[in-house]
Ligand binder design. Structure first.
Ligand SMILES: NC(=O)c1ccc[n+]([C@@H]2O[C@H](COP(=O)([O-])OP(=O)(O)OC[C@H]3O[C@@H](n4cnc5c(N)ncnc54)[C@H](O)[C@@H]3O)[C@@H](O)[C@H]2O)c1
Ligand SMILES: [Zn+2]
Length: 378
């Protein structure tokens, strides 16, 4: 029987990874500090009795050392995420926490056979695009001045022509245009390059936007589907940044869990960053519509000309690499939203935390507003 440590295993993705591994006969240990932002009511009910649960902080050296004892594969999912103002904490938990975990493995000569690290599509600066003249290009992040003028378009980095979105392959440059993104770059690079030095197989999975049952309905800083659901259930309009026509690639959480198991079991993707997504871009406005339809609550979304500097306009995962290893997403967006809503309906306290968080994000300069033609988007 193989043994796994799932860091962050109380969370959305980690808990589904833990359940899938258990169903395949793995022995599973979870390390999670039950971050209050995500787990307002403490220990979630979904942690299976056959899972060994350690409540503790990844950044604590003794805790992570004990958690890795007797483990074959580490699924490193714990992270501080989203658009939160605490930038030092991102770096501490994500970057430092990962580096220390690797150091502990080496210093204690732990017989870990593989590390799968949760990376993100947030490592890219902007999604790939096609220019009529230059074909596939990798545009830079859009300048804040452009966004302030209410111009959301993406331009060719060579000739500045307007581009069309294209799936982003792993060879696209990684940047990290938000502090969170930067720490995801740190995490994946630390794990991949360190693994090569030490001789431990590693894979960095660059997840697309992941959603599904157990996604925190308390955290107003992350998870557009969760946020839109809780807004609508509170008779409030979903808030669209920019004009709502930006696109993202969505993955149902069980598909992401299957991707984790796949890369743990094959050596085909060892040493690589690997996109995992649906391969399809959906506009955020469309997501709001799908949720509104599924709930039967018709409140038009609001676009007030607000934007988040550093945010990509379009991101669709190029999934050839993982598909070649046998990955096929199984749950489409409409079905997945339905399953998430079924779960939300069983939750007692579906409150709106977004309104207050949005004010904080504005005051901290994370959310901006267009400077001209304010009325236009109103
Ligand atoms: N959900 C997405 O859309 C998405 C997309 C790309 C990447 N990711 C990455 O996937 C991973 C899992 O994300 P998720 O969506 O399941 O988030 P989540 O917030 O539901 O789960 C993260 C878990 O980590 C725990 N945690 C946080 N800090 C910790 C610490 N210091 N010590 C121990 N545990 C800690 C939290 O309590 C939580 O249970 C993260 O690394 C995230 O960056 C998520
Ligand atoms: Zn061009």
């Amino acid at each position: 029987m193989k043994s796994a440590l799932v860091t962050g295993g109380a969370g959305l993705i980690g808990s589904h990874v833990a359940d899938l591994l258990r169903s395949k006969g793995w022995r599973v240990r979870v390390l999670d500090n039950l971050e209050p932002q995500t787990h307002r009511n403490g220990m979630p009910a979904w942690i299976g009795k056959d899972i060994e649960f350690i409540k503790g902080d990844l950044t604590d050296r003794q805790t992570i050392t004990a958690a890795m004892e007797g483990i074959d594969v580490v699924f490193h999912q714990a992270a501080y995420g989203g658009y939160m103002p605490e930038i030092a904490k991102y770096v501490y938990v994500n970057s430092f926490g990962t580096a220390q975990m690797l150091e502990v493995i080496r210093e204690n000569k732990l017989p870990i056979k593989k590390i799968v690290v949760a990376s993100s599509q947030a490592v890219y600066s902007e999604g790939a695009a096609t220019c009529p003249e230059h074909g596939l290009v990798f545009p830079d992040v859009r300048p804040v001045e452009q966004l302030q003028a209410g111009d959301w378009s993406v331009h060719c980095p060579i000739c500045q022509a307007a581009t069309k979105p294209a799936p982003t392959p792993e060879r696209a440059p990684v940047g990290g245009e938000t502090v969170y993104g930067l720490t995801k770059v740190d995490q994946e690079k630390l794990v991949l390059l360190w693994g090569k030095q030490i001789g431990i197989p590693t894979v960095a999975l660059r997840y697309s936007c992941t959603y599904g049952p157990r996604q925190s309905i308390f955290n107003p800083y992350t998870g557009v589907i969760a946020i839109f659901c809780t807004r609508l259930l509170n008779d409030l309009p979903p808030v669209l940044y920019e004009d709502g026509e930006q696109t993202r690639d969505f993955s149902f959480v069980e598909d992401i869990a299957r991707a984790n198991l796949l890369v743990a079991e094959t050596d085909q993707l060892d040493g690589l960053p690997v996109n995992v997504g649906s391969g399809e871009g959906v506009s955020i406005r469309k997501v709001a519509e799908l949720i509104s339809d599924a709930l039967g609550i018709r409140i038009a979304p609001e676009a007030k000309g607000e934007f988040r500097p550093g945010e990509m306009r379009h991101l669709t995962s190029g999934t050839e690499r993982i598909r070649a290893a046998g990955y096929e997403p199984q749950v489409d967006l409409a079905t997945g939203i339905g399953r998430y809503l079924d779960w939300i309906r069983q939750q007692a306290d579906v409150r709106d935390y977004f309104s207050e968080a949005a004010n904080i994000l504005r005051s901290k300069g994370i959310v901006h507003r267009v400077k001209v033609n304010d009325e236009r988007n109103g």
